[in-house]
Design a protein around this ligand. Sequence first.
Ligand SMILES: [Mg+2]
Length: 232
Amino acid sequence: MKKYQHIIFDLDHTLWDFDKNSGMALSEIYEEFKLQDKGINDFEEFYKRYKIINEACWADYRENKIEKSVLRTIRFSKTLESYGLVDEILTETICESYLFKSPRKSHVIEGSYEVLSQLQEKYKLHILTNGFSEIQEIKMEASKLTSYFTHVIASEHAGAKKPHPQAFNFALDIIGTKAENCIMIGDNPETDIEGATNIGMDSIYFNRNGEFSKDVNATHQVHFLKEILPLL
Ligand SMILES: [Mg+2]
């Protein structure tokens, strides 16, 4: 008898290629809003700064230090401010443009479709994401991921984000099962792996960029999505 009934996937950076899609959207924005003429001379540098600031803002959001509405704009205002640009209207317009463009990009991580197709024959598949539900739905439609999943669960409706146990228990309630019947697959050692471990759920750490990490307490660790198949 197989050990699990349900596989819970993270979405961003695990299946939906966040870096590639977000980078494409920002590159279009850089051109459209003529940011070069505004003193932002190098796109790569602009993108690097945005990524660092965005990550820090998301960490604040996860810890409930800032609201969703603040997170949306502050990552852009801070990036522009790092170039001495203080322009509320420009910030707001870029923010709106990004929120429209980025989720409509369709690149997925290598191996996604093959892995999901095979797994869906044996397991029920679900998404548990810290992203905003209306945005995640657009991403999944654009990248043709929707049909693989029974439930797409956004932690914002749980009142707590991954790694908080409340987010995982909320997902288990919706799925109608217990932690021991599930395995969590995600790219984030803290939100996905530590979160799953804390409620007694097995996990697969999708360690896409790094060396094998001894510090991450996952049941399994893979560098490519396809390596999941022989494990399940
Ligand atoms: Mg992720």
